[in-house]
Design a protein around this ligand. Sequence first.
Ligand code: SF4
Length: 199
Amino acid sequence: MTALVPLGRLRADQLDLLAAVADADGDGRVMVTPWRSVVLRDLDLPALAGASDRLAAAGLVVDPDSGWVGVTSCAGRPGCARALADVRRDAGRSAEVPGSVRRPGPSAGDTPRRREPLSVHWSGCARRCGQPAGEVVEVVADAAGYRIRGGPGTALLVPWSDGGGPGDLLAAGWGVLVDAVAARRSVARRRCRDGREAR
Ligand code: SF4
């Protein structure tokens, strides 16, 4: 079984739980992947549902349709002195909004499950540290607001709230931001020559 670790930060209690589940129901090992996920192998079939529920309750992502899938971020505030926004917080808030990710529709000979939305990367400044290679929706904080690029449509600025500083968005701006990101992500990734979706 595979579980996504939101933004790649695995807490001690989550690691303890993974180790306990691997010991009790799997082969005793927890594999960490380069894609911000962990894998438990050889879980007993009857134990799968219970393990999945426990991991989800601990904040790990086991739902392939979760808004967390395909979301990455730089360190942002307060970890980086250059950051203009707490992008990890905002990436998480966005991922938790129902409908924040819309799976692309099927095409001929394809199935909806196989068409993954574009990834989104949140950055606290124009350096865009950690942004994945390839096609991605980027949300970058600058002095004026969050700038969204990638996917269909031209670049969009969602300005910071009047009277607030960089990093402040009121509910209205937040709604525009979440909706714009979801719309731009809802384009299927391009396919490689072998038929796999490009990452
Ligand atoms: S993208 Fe900017 S804010 Fe984010 S970690 Fe890199 S330098 Fe810091």
